[in-house]
Design a protein around this ligand. Structure first.
Ligand code: ADP
Ligand code: MG
Length: 394
């Protein structure tokens, strides 16, 4: 039997996070807020190249229960542990580990004047149905849930422009305090997605456009395959790819968004890196055009071409991702690709609704036969909505 990661309702997650809050802090929170994880349909490794990405919010969310304090302390509790520290002492690398994603949001929102001028700290409890570290952006879900909570409690704007400002804070929380590189797509979709729509994220100007994406009504589903590949030493790889993109743009004299031909790059590795970015942005445009005319099944070959480009030109795949892609295609998927940063994490396959169990069984069998870690699965039948306040009255 394949293992499935089920989403949980907001009310179920709220009930557990309120329990955690009461256990740890001995009082009731002022409210509960939820934010989704995401999968990127296409447009991978282009968000730091002024490119286009097309992520989808997951039905899987992270919730935070929050109460304000008056003593300048931030106290955090999650399934990963507890952390307490002074708001004034939040800095790059402090706190370490998971609490940095929360503390970083407080730090960035405070610097941007989005918190009450007399903000005196907070208690924050966390629960989640987003798999952690699976390339489905549990980190952005965590940041965005807290950012929306603090904005609501401080009376900061939470319309789309307000959410864009919050997303920018979440990116800085992750880059500057958690010291993890991230380009901004994850936070944009978690805060600004629209139900039933994928979100076109334009990293040149930060603009977002919801794009209707009908799955279930078209008889389709997205199978998300969390490879559970063991973490490898990939820290330097992301920075290297970013540096390559910058070098290629400098050599060509234009951002890769503007470039069509990369043949002027003499180094074959650099040329491959640039070719991925340029061709991937082109594939996003083709996907948008197919989606616009409801030809969803025809997205398949573009997804698979994206994988080949990420594997061969950008070199960010790994045996587990390649196995997931190859075996889901062999099982009849219309298309399949790694999604997220790569070197592990998840792949997606566009499949017939109703085929999820069968495709998952074949993907599982392929992983087993190659001696790879057994994957687990999420089934996506519709695009979910953005971060929200969870009403506790119903
Ligand atoms: P991804 O965003 O793909 O899940 P990351 O490595 O970017 O992977 O983020 C995962 C990290 O985010 C975790 O190691 C932890 O530090 C933090 N995190 C995410 N979700 C939670 C959670 N529910 N509770 C505590 N920490 C979390
Ligand atoms: Mg992340």
């Amino acid at each position: 039997m394949s293992e499935w990661v089920e989403s949980a309702s907001d009310s179920a997650l709220a009930a557990s996070v309120i329990d955690r809050f009461r256990d740890q802090f001995g009082t009731d929170p002022e409210g509960v807020w939820a934010a989704p994880g995401r999968v990127n349909l296409i447009g991978e490794h282009v968000d730091y190249a002024q490119g286009l990405s097309l992520p989808i919010a997951l039905p899987h969310s992270t919730v935070v229960a929050v109460g304000r304090r008056r003593d300048g302390m931030l106290r955090c509790g999650s399934g990963l542990g507890a952390w307490t520290g002074r708001v004034d002492e939040i800095a790059p690398g402090n706190p370490p580990d998971w609490a940095a994603y929360l503390a970083g949001v407080v730090w960035a929102m405070r610097r941007d004047g989005l918190l009450d001028s007399d903000f005196g700290g907070a208690d924050v409890a966390v629960e989640s149905s987003v798999p952690i570290g699976a390339g489905l952006s549990s980190s952005a879900a965590l940041e965005c849930a807290l950012a929306l909570a603090l904005a609501d409690l401080s009376g900061a704007p939470t319309d789309d422009a307000g959410r864009a400002a919050l997303a920018a804070c979440c990116v800085r929380a992750e880059n500057d305090i958690a010291l993890a590189p991230t380009g901004g797509m994850d936070q944009a979709v978690s805060l600004r997605a629209k139900d039933g729509h994928a979100l076109l994220v334009d990293s040149r100007d930060g603009g977002v456009t919801p794009v209707p994406f009908e799955l279930a009504g078209e008889g389709l589903a997205l199978l998300v395959i969390d490879t559970r590949a063991p973490h490898r030493l990939v820290d330097g790889q992301y920075a290297q790819r970013r540096a390559s993109v910058e070098e290629a743009a400098a050599t060509l004299g234009a951002s890769l968004r503007e470039v069509a031909d990369v043949s002027a790059l003499s180094d074959p590795v650099l040329r491959g890196r640039a070719r991925h970015v340029v061709s991937e942005i082109g594939r996003v445009r083709e996907v948008l055009s197919l989606m616009g005319s409801g030809r969803y099944r025809e997205l398949g070959p573009l997804l698979t071409a994206s994988h080949v480009s990420l594997r061969d030109d950008y070199e960010v795949s790994c045996p587990e991702l390649d196995c997931a892609v190859d075996s889901s295609l062999a099982a009849g998927a219309f298309g399949s690709r790694m999604t997220g940063g790569g070197f592990g994490g998840s792949a997606i396959a566009l499949i017939d609704a109703g085929a999820a169990e069968r495709v998952a069984a074949e993907v599982m069998a392929a992983a087993r036969s190659r001696g790879l870690t057994e994957p687990r699965f999420l089934e996506l039948l519709a695009c979910a909505g953005p971060a929200r306040h969870v009403s506790l009255t119903s």
